[in-house]
Design a protein around this ligand. Structure first.
Ligand SMILES: [Zn+2]
Length: 55
């Protein structure tokens, strides 16, 4: 019983990891947004480094 549940749990985590990798790959392949200020591709959800105030 417990081994079956743990197997299902592991499979669920593996599927989640696969989806996470797919979405990350999609971001890297062409869904990246470009910065309006400098035109570089933004990586991740944070703002572009060029928008940060240096001082
Ligand atoms: Zn920028």
């Amino acid at each position: 019983m417990i081994s079956k549940i743990s197997l299902i749990f592991l499979a669920f985590i593996a599927i989640l990891a696969m989806f996470g990798k797919l979405s990350t790959a999609g971001r890297w392949l062409g869904v990246t947004k470009k910065c309006r200020a400098c035109g570089r591709h933004k990586i991740g959800s944070g703002p572009c480094p060029c928008t940060k105030k240096s001082t």
